[in-house]
Design a protein around this ligand. Structure first.
Ligand code: NAP
Ligand code: MG
Length: 401
């Protein structure tokens, strides 16, 4: 079989620990034999971030802006223990945070569903994708512990010197205060990314907030979504037969549980943080969750939702054969390759990616899976607990068969 040729390179970002090993295995076993892989390679592994003063992360993000599509391996976000373990000169920032700040994107997370592993919510038939706004609100709040009686005020001083003042509360005793903000520009790019992703994936979009209570703050989110929908996306949605609607967060939660799935749920920062853990747990496993960062100007960065699986890596270093689930990392690659194929007009690359995903799903559905899934299995086929290598080999056999 002739290898599939690529036009534009993918931005490839290597990472750390167990996922770095899996990264190399996926390339060797499932990609390089079939695709003349063209990538611009950046090593985001912690030792190279240290060696480059973390410039490599910024270079990778700039490359995504230039080429349009990237695929990223999980990376360590250093804490005090990692500083010691790797002898770091600094506690480098989260690479995902750095990349997100440059691309200004929204993160979409979706579960990979297979027959034989059922969601806890039994009527969920299709994935629910959560789109989380990744800027502001409580994550950039200013807080104050009120020591005792006194008046709390909200004061805004305009550039022109104009002062706006509102009483928050007249405290008779101690309490707490918090000041939150968001920016129209950030909310706009969040809204655009959500509508664009809904069009790309042909799914309807729900957006929820609490505008009945938060009549200015949350209402602004609702209004901006509505404005962008009407001005930029309504026609496209109608053409594709898609629906956009806004509903209150509490109504959304009730509807989500009763739904069949198969849509995108856009959430404000805090709602997305909480709800994505709820939704991913109910679907089964973090190892079966994909994640893509979409920028408002249509750049894509694909990755797994999980981390570097440190516990498995330490066991691997002691000589154990790992049974770490490579699905989310594999789907990051297939997602990125399919997007590249779509953008560059290479149907063979899109077909290849879809077929590889199908073979991986069928491998699990045939009973061959890594340890994390074996315990959740309810299918008819007897379970075979495979190592990562064995699982990837089984996918390849199926792909070539
Ligand atoms: P983690 O790597 O996601 O792993 C947590 C646990 O979840 C594992 O110990 C394992 O449970 C299970 N798990 C996760 N992925 C799995 C897979 N593919 N197959 C099987 N089991 C899987 O989270 P962490 O241990 O909290 O973080 C490790 C490192 O990753 C940290 O340095 C953190 O900074 C980094 N991190 C990076 C990203 C990213 O780059 N996007 C995201 C999160 C964390 P068992 O041990 O019970 O089998
Ligand atoms: Mg969280």
């Amino acid at each position: 079989m002739e290898k599939i040729q690529m036009k534009t390179p993918l931005v490839e970002m290597d990472g750390d620990e167990m996922t770095r090993i899996i990264w190399a295995q996926i390339k060797e076993q499932l990609l390089l034999p079939f695709v003349e892989l063209k990538t611009v390679y950046f090593d985001l592994g912690l030792p190279n971030r240290e060696a480059t003063g973390d410039r490599v992360t910024e270079q990778a993000a700039r490359a995504i802006q230039e080429y349009g599509v990237g695929v990223k391996c999980a990376t360590i976000t250093p804490n005090a223990q990692r500083v010691e373990e790797y002898g770091l000169s600094q506690m480098w920032k989260s690479p995902n945070g750095t990349i997100r700040a440059i691309l200004d994107g929204t993160v979409f997370r979706a579960p990979i569903m297979v027959e034989g592993i059922s969601p806890v919510v039994k009527n969920w038939e299709a994935p629910i994708t959560i789109a989380r706004h990744a800027y502001g609100d409580v994550y950039k709040a200013v807080e104050y512990r009120v020591p005792g009686p006194g008046k709390a005020e909200l004061v805004f001083t305009g550039e022109d010197g104009r002062v706006e003042r509102q009483t928050i509360f007249d405290f008779q005793g101690p309490g707490v205060l918090q000041g939150q903000h968001n920016r129209d520009a950030s909310i706009r790019s969040f809204a655009r990314s959500c509508f664009q992703y809904a069009v790309d994936t042909r799914q309807e979009l729900w957006f929820s907030a609490k505008d009945t209570i938060s009549k200015v703050y949350d209402h602004t989110f609702k209004d901006i979504f509505q404005e962008i929908y009407q001005k930029e996306f309504q026609e496209k949605f109608q053409e594709l037969g898609l629906r956009y609607f806004y509903t209150l967060i509490d109504d959304a939660v009730a509807r989500i549980i009763r739904s069949k799935g198969g849509f995108i749920w856009a959430c404000k920062n805090y709602d997305g943080d909480v709800m994505s853990d709820m939704v991913s747990t109910a679907f089964g496993s973090l190892a079966m969750m994909t994640s893509v960062l979409v920028s408002p100007d249509g750049k894509y960065e694909y990755e797994a939702a999980h981390g570097t699986v440190t516990r498995h890596y330490y066991r691997y270093q002691r000589g154990e054969t790992p049974s770490t689930n490579p699905m989310a990392t594999l789907f990051a690659w297939t997602g990125a390759l399919a997007k590249r194929g779509e953008m560059d007009g290479i149907p063979a690359l899109v077909d290849f990616s879809q077929k590889l995903e199908r073979c991986a799903l069928e491998t699990i559905e045939s009973g061959c899976m890594t340890g994390d899934l074996a315990g959740l299995w309810e299918g008819a086929a007897p379970v075979r607990r495979a190592s990562t290598q064995e699982f990837l080999a089984a996918v390849r056999t199926r792909f070539e068969g």
